[in-house]
Design a protein around this ligand. Structure first.
Ligand code: HEM
Length: 382
């Protein structure tokens, strides 16, 4: 056999053994009962490949003012109502974590599918109206061009910056999914009562390391949480009838004043006394009470930096949710909490990188998906 023949033979053998890592068209699979326009990248397609499908300033030619319109709209709305910024950051997380950054979380229920908004972890999401307002502005300028998935990613980037976080790279060119993934949202979003192993497993399943998970949770430096998501820690932790020993006693008293005991408090694992797992129905479908408190509860008053205030709080047992405080439970994550608490620059770099990675998860690019006209409706309902 000559050299060419030998090379060809070894290539075929390597291909058979799965050793070839060259540049074929990305393989795609039909996920569950999704339609052809919902073809999703295979599990082994790395996040890096996803990000390579996007480009910087994708709308340069097709809608040059798109990014400017999004930025200025968010700024104006933030001045009037600062709470929109954390809400949009959370919305991005809940979109990207389930089936990728495809704006599926923004869809209302349709005759073909149930909305992700109805999944228990999503019942307290906010910011949908903000995105719809921006979308309609963009539709006036460049109809049918800018996807809701890109609007959400860019709006969340702006929101992080407005609240004191770092600016991170957001490439564009995402397309919108034509269905919602309600069941996956109910199953895959970690609950506020999840323990560290569950949280790490959940983030690892989306490609995040322990370090990136700790960095991403730094987003809990901003925004609010309803009492329901942590009040078992105040009154009946894991069915003990006592508060969580990992909750700072000063903070405990303050939180008790803000979130008085209510008869509805019955922690999910009260019968077993065990730490709740992701499988427990810890996000309930009951309407939330109006009482909310700051996620990074700062009982010293002052406004510390984005990130720093969250990690320093954890070091003082001031994580409000169980899942937050769990970052101190093992050295694998606690070492990053300590590192970020002391080195703001390191946190900002890591957070920016992790946010970019989040915005690149399993994106759909042309010819997959579509560009909606309204973020809450797929095109074919018009
Ligand atoms: C273990 C993972 C996580 C859990 C269990 C979790 C859970 C929660 C819960 C229960 C709330 C309170 C919602 C409410 O009361 O309305 C919340 C708020 C928030 N979460 Fe998370 N989260 C997680 C990870 C993340 C990540 C990775 C991000 C972003 C990168 C994020 C960003 C936010 C923000 C900004 C808020 C405040 C929302 C607002 O003020 O409207 N979360 N989270």
């Amino acid at each position: 056999m000559d050299f060419v023949g030998l090379s060809l033979l070894s290539f075929v053998v390597a291909l058979f053994l799965g050793l070839y890592t060259g540049t074929f068209e990305p393989a795609i699979e039909l996920a569950g009962n999704l339609s052809l326009s919902e073809k999703r990248p295979m599990k082994n397609e790395s996040v890096k490949q996803d990000s390579e499908l996007l480009t910087e300033n994708f709308y340069r030619e097709s809608c040059p003012s798109a990014e400017r319109i999004i930025r200025s709209s968010i700024r104006v709305m933030y001045d009037a109502k600062p709470g929109i910024a954390p809400s949009l950051v959370r919305l991005l997380f809940h979109d990207c974590f389930i089936g990728g950054c495809d704006a599926s979380v923004l869809l209302d229920t349709d005759k073909a599918f149930a909305s992700e908004k109805e999944a228990p972890p999503n019942l307290s999401l906010k910011g949908f109206d903000v995105l719809e307002t921006i979308k309609s502005k963009l539709e006036n300028v460049c109809p049918g061009v800018v996807s809701c998935a890109d609007i959400l990613a860019l709006a969340a980037r702006e929101s992080v910056q407005l609240t004191g976080g770092p600016r991170f790279l957001v490439k564009t060119g995402r397309r919108d999914r034509t269905t919602a993934l309600k069941d996956a949202a109910g199953r895959e979003l970690p609950a506020p009562q999840a323990n560290l192993s569950v949280v790490l497993r959940s983030f690892a399943s989306k490609g995040f390391t322990a370090r990136e998970t700790v960095a991403l949770l730094g987003a809990h430096s901003i925004g609010i949480t309803h009492c329901e998501f942590f009040e078992d820690r105040l009154y009946n932790f894991s069915g003990t009838g006592k508060p969580d020993p990992e909750l700072n006693p000063v903070l405990l008293q303050e939180l008790k004043t803000k979130c008085p005991f209510s008869a509805s408090i019955s922690p999910p694992s009260a019968t077993t006394g065990s730490t709740p797992s992701l499988d427990d129905k810890t996000y309930t479908a009951v309407p939330l009470k109006s009482m909310v408190i700051d996620l990074s509860f700062n009982n010293e008053g002052g406004q510390a930096d984005f990130g720093i205030r969250y990690y320093r709080g954890l070091m003082q047992k001031k994580g409000v949710m169980f899942a937050d405080q769990q970052l101190m439970a093992k050295d694998e994550t606690a070492r990053w909490v300590r590192a970020y608490a002391h080195d703001s620059q390191r946190f900002r770099k890591d957070f920016a990188k992790a946010m970019t990675k989040l915005t690149n998860l399993q994106i759909l690019t042309a010819p997959l998906g579509e560009v909606r006209k309204q973020c809450s409706k797929v095109l074919n309902t018009f």
